[in-house]
Design a protein around this ligand. Structure first.
Ligand SMILES: [Fe+2]
Length: 604
């Protein structure tokens, strides 16, 4: 996304970033073995273990096995292309001591896959917890815990997960992941994008200056090729808080723009310069390759489900309670609408009310998801077999108009973010109208979104007029794990020495102004970082926001505190059949039930 209030920041920094990237140009830059090797030197399984994409009978298990090397030999670090092929044993058990192993096997890996290991373990029992581990060359990985989804058509089980997005490594410590890794009541973690960022440590650095030298990017320059993306993923997988969150829960993930580069569209991106940074399609292909290697992500069999590009969007089901459609909105999207000087490439916060611009925004030939994906989503949300239709989504679906003064623009000016669904109004209207038109028997939609580094609860407003709208479901937006939000942007824009309380107050004023302009917004916090807990029952879906402490003069940026953990802040819910947001009293309580063999594993 383009950071609020600083729409031109990337553009300003762009020149320097290109210069840095071009320094190692064409053959790209020298490989930084010293920096890259550090996490791997902790052993064969130094990048931890992960699991993902749980269905009723299958789950993906993942690790990276670094081939051991003799002293003096170069380390087979991620992205290096070094290291002999390995055969890695894996096992899945019902208990953490592996006395009741239910499946085991051997899988080969090599430098071709960056020594990543991914197994789609099938034939498992529904709604059941499992433990898994890997072994090779005399070393055993950490033990991971995972679980399958409830079967279709069986009795209704509890469903609870953490919603996260925007985990910028240089933006701060991953306190949100630490908190998620401590929870024992989650079925999975849903990451809706910006798991990594592409920026380097130079003038393109993104995040608080306090962390320079303490939490730096690897590689040190912008990721523009396979080696760079592999290293950047490895950097994240070496983070202890992220490792714990992966070890403890299966994850369902989808990328947004930064897994490739900022504000990407089908054929380019704000943060990509053809020539200096190579061909965009080559860059994107290599970014996808690293993502698929390093994430516990299942691809459909492309022969069976042919698709324009790679079919990344996917659907999960949780008995009759809910389905979860995870959309992918970058690969085939039309170019964003730009209005100079507000945005020059890849969209941003642009003014409305200019006839030619409004016509472009509403042009039905422009798409966010490709038509085939939108049809798929409309089908899923009309499926009467599921009470709730959860949608894992990257950029905000709800129409949001930003009053000009929020961006220092005149009071009569109104802006929108053309990188959101607001920039693709034909698709936006088609989906909202479709949801509003569904009979009660079809259930209700709950859109779960990230990207904007702030916390929101909104009705999805269909058929908007000057006096009202038809609520068509709700959208809950999680804060960023660490990426700059409204507060950081406002603080940066203030003169040095301005009291912290002033930036907090100004952020809240801006949020109030946005809320006043968009009557369907029920909650907007632009200060905290953290995660959102989502709890689904037949009666309601509740979202609890867990946020970092409000900044103070002593701790003006809580993200730089390695001990900080987000705490419970606010809750909202949507009652079945209401299709709108309502108040909720306090955080959710105990789960109604546990997956099979879900004995509490203390100290886990
Ligand atoms: Fe982000």
């Amino acid at each position: 996304m383009t950071t609020p209030l600083a729409p031109s920041r990337r553009t300003v920094l762009k020149g320097a970033a290109i210069a840095a990237a071009a320094a190692g140009s064409s053959a790209f830059r020298p490989f930084d073995v010293a920096a890259a090797a550090a996490p791997a030197s902790r052993g064969v399984f130094g990048y931890g273990v992960a699991s993902g994409d749980p269905t009723a009978d299958a789950v993906i298990i993942w690790t990276r096995a670094t081939p051991p090397t003799r002293p003096g030999e170069p380390v087979a670090a991620p992205g290096s292309g070094l290291g002999a092929p390995l055969r890695v044993r894996w096992e899945v058990a019902r208990d953490r001591d592996f006395r009741r192993v239910v499946q085991r096997g051997v899988v080969a890996t090599s430098a071709d896959a960056d020594h990543t290991v991914k197994v789609d373990v099938r034939g498992l029992a529904p709604y059941t917890r499992y433990f898994y581990r890997f072994r090779t060359r005399g070393e055993v990985s950490a033990t991971g815990r995972t679980q399958t989804a409830p079967d279709e058509g069986r009795r209704t089980h509890a469903l609870r997960f953490a919603l996260v997005s925007c985990s910028n490594y240089t933006g701060g410590y991953f306190g949100a992941y630490r908190a998620v890794g401590r929870r024992d009541d989650l079925d999975f973690v849903l990451h809706v994008g910006d798991y990594i960022y592409e920026y380097g440590n130079g003038s393109d650095r993104y995040g608080p200056v306090d962390l320079i030298g303490e939490r730096d990017s690897v590689p040190a320059t912008e990721t523009i090729d396979l080696q760079g993306y592999r290293l950047r993923h490895a950097l994240h997988k070496a983070d202890p808080d992220l490792q714990r969150a992966h070890r403890r829960h299966p994850w369902i993930t989808i990328f947004d723009d930064h897994e490739v580069t900022n504000n990407a569209w089908a054929a380019g991106a704000e943060n990509h310069t053809p020539g200096a940074e190579g061909d965009f399609f080559r860059r994107r292909r290599e970014a996808y390759e690293a993502y698929l290697e390093w994430m516990p992500f299942r691809l459909p069999e492309q022969r069976r489900v042919p698709h324009q590009g790679i079919r990344f969007f996917k659907r999960f089901t949780f008995g009759d309670l809910a389905d979860l459609s995870v959309v992918e909105t970058r690969q085939n999207r039309s170019a964003q609408v730009d209005v100079a000087p507000y945005s020059v490439s890849g969209g941003g916060f642009i003014p409305t009310g200019i006839a030619a611009v409004d016509a472009q925004l509403a042009d039905p030939s422009r798409h966010l998801p490709e038509p085939e994906q939108l049809d798929w989503l409309k089908q899923n949300t009309a499926d009467e077999r599921h009470r709730w239709h959860l949608i894992g989504n990257q950029v905000i679906l709800t129409p949001v108009r930003f009053p000009g003064p929020v961006f220092g623009a005149p009071a009569d000016q109104v802006l929108l973010n053309s990188d959101q669904w607001d920039g693709y109004q034909a698709d936006q209207a088609e989906l909202l109208d479709h949801l509003a038109a569904q009979p009660k028997s079809a259930g209700d939609a709950v859109v779960l979104t990230g990207d904007i580094h702030s916390s929101w609860a909104m009705d999805l407003p269909a058929a908007r007029t000057a006096t009202g709208y038809t609520p068509a479901g709700v959208e809950f937006v999680c804060p960023s794990v660490t990426s700059d939000g409204f507060y950081e942007a406002i603080r940066r824009a203030q003169p040095a020495g301005t009291p912290v309380a002033n930036a907090v107050a100004a952020t809240r004023q801006s949020a109030a102004a946005v809320t006043a302009t968009n009557p369907w917004i029920r909650y907007l916090d632009g200060v905290g970082h953290g995660y959102t807990l989502v709890d689904v029952t037949r009666e309601r879906v509740q979202a609890d926001w867990y946020l970092t402490p409000v900044p103070t003069a002593e701790l003006p940026d809580p993200r730089v505190d390695p001990e900080v953990v987000p705490a419970y802040a606010r809750s909202f819910q949507t009652a079945a059949g209401s299709r709108q947001v309502s108040a909720a009293q306090g955080p959710v309580g105990e789960r109604s039930d546990q997956p099979a063999h879900g004995l509490p594993h203390r100290g886990w």
